[in-house]
Design a protein around this ligand. Sequence first.
Ligand SMILES: C=CC1=C(C)c2cc3[nH]c(cc4nc(cc5[nH]c(cc1n2)c(C)c5CCC(=O)O)C(CCC(=O)O)=C4C)c(C)c3C=C
Ligand code: FE2
Ligand code: FE2
Length: 368
Amino acid sequence: MRTEAPFRHGTPQKTAVLLVNLGTPDNADTPSLRRYLKEFLSDPRVVEIPKLIWWIILNGIILQIRPKKSAAKYATVWTDEGSPLMAIGKRQVRVLSEAFKARRWDVRVELAMRYGNPSVASRMDQLRKDGYDRVLVFPLYPQYAAATTASVFDAVFDWAKPVRNIPELRLVKHYHDHPAYIHALAESVRKHWQINGRPNFEGGDVLLFSFHGVPEMTLLKGDPYHCECYKTARLLVEELGLQKGDYRVTFQSRFGKAKWLEPYTDKTLEALGKAGTKRIDVMCPGFMADCLETLEEINQEGREDFQHAGGGEFHYIACLNDSELSAAMLSEITAQHMQGWPVDMGYEESMALELAESRKLALEMGAQ
Ligand SMILES: C=CC1=C(C)c2cc3[nH]c(cc4nc(cc5[nH]c(cc1n2)c(C)c5CCC(=O)O)C(CCC(=O)O)=C4C)c(C)c3C=C
Ligand SMILES: [Fe+2]
Ligand SMILES: [Fe+2]
């Protein structure tokens, strides 16, 4: 256990939210991909194969071939601000901080990545150093899976192990059926339809919900992920008033030779294309931010699969990302999990904010 700064009586107890996403390579090149994939795929929560056998396969085969191939894919979605997952993550921090301010809350928002940078341990260390004694750990995965959510919790517990004065911790396990999340997704679909027109479901058009897959074996071993994906889809279908046949639920991003959750997204897109589907709208409700798996695998490869097989229009509905809908949803779920924690701003800070806001409003009105 480590030695820490002496405890001081009367220090204000500050509160933070730690948003955690999967992580992404630092650059779209082969060495960065090798580093990232090595860390990611060495996590026993992600690949459940006996250690020694997996070490040989990972180092002898996968890390020799995949980094170069994946780097080429990342290069097609890379932005001036870096990887989309990271760029959007940083903006999610900003919009959520703004939403807290609007609630007159004094809550810090930080972003960590389970693999790569900034690590969970580095962010937790920083929060401790800055005097945060209550932390809500909020993995950006609506559906719980051992491979993702539990692995984030592992990283927090691993960090806590040598810490003497551990902050009060709360964990968001999942929000796959939370009304705010379902509402935000449904609104994002309605907005897309307002701009692009509603699909002609009577004529055979389809709304496809594509979730990230996991090995089927994890379902048989008790992982609730599959059921949570279906529940999200069912609630979304109800909220949108869809009929059976208007939509499909599929699983994407298969990795390795084992059987993964079915039906597979790529095979379904191909089959729908072959069947002459005139229009398909695809959304990925399991991803809180657009990333390689949505922008490249769905919006590029999936589009190609569908249209090459004979399908018509392909519409990709973006993830919630840093939208107002997303911020409202994250702030509502946070509020529920923080019940009982004193999070309100002090009187002076709140008054200063009020003054700044009314000045801004006056300036805007004066400019009109
Ligand atoms: C949304 C939830 C996710 C689950 C569940 C998940 C399971 C899972 N993933 C792999 C292997 C890979 N995933 C990769 C990328 C990736 N995965 C998720 C999310 C989930 N994964 C995201 C958000 C991303 C994108 C990251 C980005 O930088 O944009 C990759 C890396 C890319 C590649 O080389 O294809 C791998 C590999 C497994 C094995 C697994 C469950 C066991
Ligand atoms: Fe993945
Ligand atoms: Fe993929």
